[in-house]
Ligand binder design. Structure first.
Ligand SMILES: Nc1ncnc2c1ncn2[C@@H]1O[C@H](COP(=O)(O)OP(=O)(O)OP(=O)(O)O)[C@@H](O)[C@H]1O
Ligand SMILES: [Mg+2]
Length: 379
């Protein structure tokens, strides 16, 4: 049910936490337990019902800063205003919907919001074509149901029902992937703020503090478009792709450093220059033009998101650490980029080749080693 798609963490918090070290992907509230505790201890502002910290403190947790002598690492890098709107939405009775291109940190932000507000980011419904209304409401332990009939003990609440009972946040990932009847079930939950259980002749009203953070990917818009009725129950925030190359480099560098420690990649973090080159390539192919705007480019079929750039750099480190010298070489970068840019054998290979010969080749000596390695890989 709760699919975790990314890795996260910070050197000091991850290594100082035994529980986090053993699992591949510890939740944010475990990885950042120290930061959260420090923020709660120093928080002087009023907390909304059911919240562990005040809205201002949540903002500090998400955008970074310091409390006392604890440094709070920035989790979401981007417009502070967007984060402020997201947090204030959760104080009202409207649910929050984060939408945007793939890899714009929708799930990441949603997880960190839940971790800061409730200390529990694990109440997640993962939206898929196979998600049923039961996944959103409740289901039964059938053995017990048959043996004893419907009883509260036989009821298995969904993450949303558990959030209503405890007055906390539930997360709904990729809501537009769900069939429309599942989305309809959400409408009644979000407007009535209760789930009725006819079998037990009872109703579970949502405690104060209950809300939902949903995410949806704009690329999947066509799969099951959200009805106007459902949209109306959400405050919608669009998470943009990073505006400037500098901000994208900052995000990528930070996340690559985190990943290197968490996954113990045994290689040196790629140089600032290598990171800048990868981000440049990704931005140019994503926007369909060179950074200076002088040449138009064809775009490959895959999604060249910030998240993808992060994973290219992590993959190149894994190659360098396990099969190379430990220093990320142009060939390591090229191999990782190849897999990420060329998703469709036929078309993308041509687009990539055109970019290599028309753009990278002409960029001079500094780009030569990467150009040569990429061309070799694309042969
Ligand atoms: N603005 C940003 N600030 C901090 N991290 C970012 C930012 N943009 C992307 N990332 C990083 O990108 C990675 C991917 O983010 P995430 O999985 O949340 O994307 P998503 O928007 O949910 O994508 P999808 O639509 O594919 O589910 C995360 O590791 C996150 O740290
Ligand atoms: Mg996501």
């Amino acid at each position: 049910m709760a699919k975790r798609s990314t890795t996260g963490g910070d050197e000091q918090t991850a290594s100082s936490n035994g529980a986090a070290a053993a699992v591949l992907r510890a939740p944010a509230e475990v990885l950042f337990a120290r930061e959260i505790e420090a923020i709660i201890a120093a928080d002087k502002f009023e907390k909304p019902p059911g919240w562990r910290m005040s809205p201002r403190a949540v903002l500090t947790y998400i955008t970074g800063g310091s409390v006392g002598d604890t440094r709070i690492t920035p989790k979401y890098i981007g417009h502070q205003r967007l984060v402020e709107i997201a947090i204030s939405t959760l104080v009202t009775d409207r649910a929050l919907l984060l939408i945007g291109e793939p890899g714009t940190a929708k799930s990441w932000l949603s997880e960190h919001l839940a971790a800061a507000i409730n200390g529990d980011s694990g109440k997640v419904v993962q939206g898929t074509a196979g998600t049923t209304e039961e996944n959103v409401r409740y289901t039964w332990n059938y053995a017990m149901l048959i043996a004893r009939g419907p009883s509260p003990e036989a009821l298995i609440p969904s993450p949303i029902l558990r959030a209503m009972e405890s007055g906390s946040l539930a997360r709904f990932e990729e809501i537009t992937r769900c069939a429309s009847e599942v989305q309809d079930a959400m409408i009644s939950i979000l407007s009535e703020k209760t789930i009725s259980i006819p079998e037990l002749k009872s109703e579970v009203p949502a405690k104060r503090g209950f809300s939902v953070i949903a995410t949806a990917n704009t690329r999947d818009k066509g799969v099951n478009d959200m009805s106007a009725a459902l949209k109306r129950r959400f405050n919608i925030i669009v998470l943009p792709t990073p505006k400037t190359i500098e901000s994208e480099i900052e995000i990528v560098s930070k996340r690559v450093r985190d990943l290197a420690t968490n996954l113990d990649l045994k290689a040196k973090v790629p140089t600032a220059d290598a990171i800048e080159k990868v981000v440049t390539i990704f931005r140019e192919l994503r926007t369909g033009q060179t950074l200076d705007g002088k040449a138009k480019l064809k775009t490959p079929s895959g999604v060249l998101s910030t998240a993808e750039a992060i994973s290219v750099l992590a993959n190149s480190m894994a190659l360098a650490g396990n099969f190379g010298s430990g220093d990320v070489s142009p060939l390591d970068l090229a191999s990782a980029i190849q897999g990420s840019v060329v998703k469709d054998e036929e078309k993308d290979r041509v687009v990539w080749q055109e970019y290599l010969s028309n753009v990278l080749k002409k960029r001079g000596a500094e780009w030569r080693p990467l150009y040569a390695a990429c061309s070799e890989q694309n042969d």
